[in-house]
Write a protein that binds this ligand. Structure first.
Ligand SMILES: Cc1ncc(COP(=O)(O)O)c(C=O)c1O
Length: 368
């Protein structure tokens, strides 16, 4: 079998050769004692790019998200989150377990709160009420859809937050994708937020790490909380070094992922697959195989037999994520192998670069 084409997530990217070299040569110190020069360089770089006073390197997007909530809340407080957000769904109940705050999840298809619903979600004062302390956003929105939200669409949320004196935190795991798709900078897109985080290890290909940004006071407190939950690091320059490359070299190649995602969408549509086009799209392709007569888990199984990994999202939908390890060639291999016209995979495919050798795989029929 040829190399597996792994489209489950942009988290599967391998660090580049340059990143591995940078890790080897990183100048390191003890970051808890604040004398790791490479970590300091990365934090100053990130703060500058986002136009915030300070930044903190954490292990993961999850850790950054949870620290942000912990800084802004006390047990018994409440935060507003999207019902489909990573923060609410995929952090093992961290909001309540770590902060002791309770989430108030609101539904959105677009990554923007309905203005009236958000207004109602903010608790009025009262002896029986939890105190609303934070409004959380996510951009790109929805980890299975990757929708970029333009800054102008946050105007009402920003206004409500200001009127109620509430801070706004943005989970910007893929904020560089959002900025690219909405034709602006991350600083501009997150300027109205009190705090924001970004992942270094997704489309930016670092092996791990997330940057949390905000005011100096916010980051001072975040640093204490990171320590409390065991996230303080010693010779962390080896992590920071590829992080610096992620921010200085990898952002500029993201357009390739967006272009490849669009080629994938068009190619799949041409083969009878419905793709999600409900918003400003980025590097995530969300496809609905039910019109072609498939259930998503079975479709994923068949894809795997053809050397392609995709993530099953629902019974009908899958996600394919474009990233640094997937080029135009891999996209065309996928489209070549996934011929679902008339509800069936193509009966044969050409081995990539193999001089047109036809495979003898049998046609796989869609389930009845
Ligand atoms: C939107 C979003 N936020 C946060 C995270 C968490 O990042 P990590 O896996 O680094 O904890 C993810 C991970 O996929 C994500 O998609």
């Amino acid at each position: 079998m040829d190399r597996i084409i792994d489209l489950r997530s942009d988290t599967v990217t391998k660090p580049t050769a340059e990143m591995r070299e940078a890790m080897k040569n990183a100048v390191v110190g003890d970051d808890i004692l604040r004398d790791d020069p490479t970590v300091i360089e990365l934090e100053e770089l990130a703060a500058g790019i986002f136009g915030k006073e300070a930044a903190l390197l954490t292990i993961s997007g999850t850790m950054s998200n949870e620290i942000a909530v912990m800084v802004y809340t006390k047990p018994g407080d409440e935060i507003v989150v999207f019902a489909d957000s990573h923060l609410y769904n995929l952090e093992t109940g961290g909001i309540s377990a770590l902060s002791g705050a309770q989430p108030r999840p609101l539904h959105s298809d677009t990554g923007v709160y309905d203005t009236e619903e958000l207004g109602r979600a903010i608790m009025p004062p009262g002896v029986q009420r939890a105190r609303t302390r934070l409004i959380c956003l996510e951009n790109t929105f929805h980890l299975d859809r990757g929708l970029a939200v333009e800054k102008s669409r946050y105007a009402d949320t920003a206004d409500i937050a200001r009127r109620h004196g509430l801070p706004v935190f943005m989970d910007g795991a893929r904020i560089f994708n959002a900025a690219l798709a909405t034709n602006t900078t991350v600083g501009d897109l997150t300027g109205f937020c009190d705090a924001v985080d970004v992942c270094l290890c997704k489309g930016l290909a670092a092996p791990l790490g997330s940057m949390l940004m905000g005011s100096r006071d916010f980051i001072d407190e975040a640093r204490r909380i990171r320590q409390r939950i065991g996230g303080g690091m010693r010779q962390a320059g080896v992590i920071a070094a590829p992080g610096i490359l992620a921010l200085t070299k990898m952002v500029e190649r993201l357009p390739e992922d967006h272009e490849n995602a669009e080629t994938m969408r068009r190619g799949l549509e041409a083969k009878g697959v419905a793709v999600d086009r409900g918003g400003v799209l980025t590097n995530i392709v969300n496809l609905d195989v039910s019109p072609a007569g498939w259930k998503a888990p079975l479709f994923a199984e068949k894809l795997l037999a053809y050397g392609i990994r995709a993530k099953v999202c629902t019974d009908r939908t899958l996600r394919m994520v474009l990233h640094n390890d997937i080029g135009a060639r891999e996209v065309s291999v996928v489209l070549d192998r996934v011929g679902v016209r008339a509800g069936a995979f193509l009966s044969r495919h050409k081995t990539p670069g193999g001089g047109g050798r036809a495979s003898t795989r049998r046609m796989i029929h869609s389930p009845s």
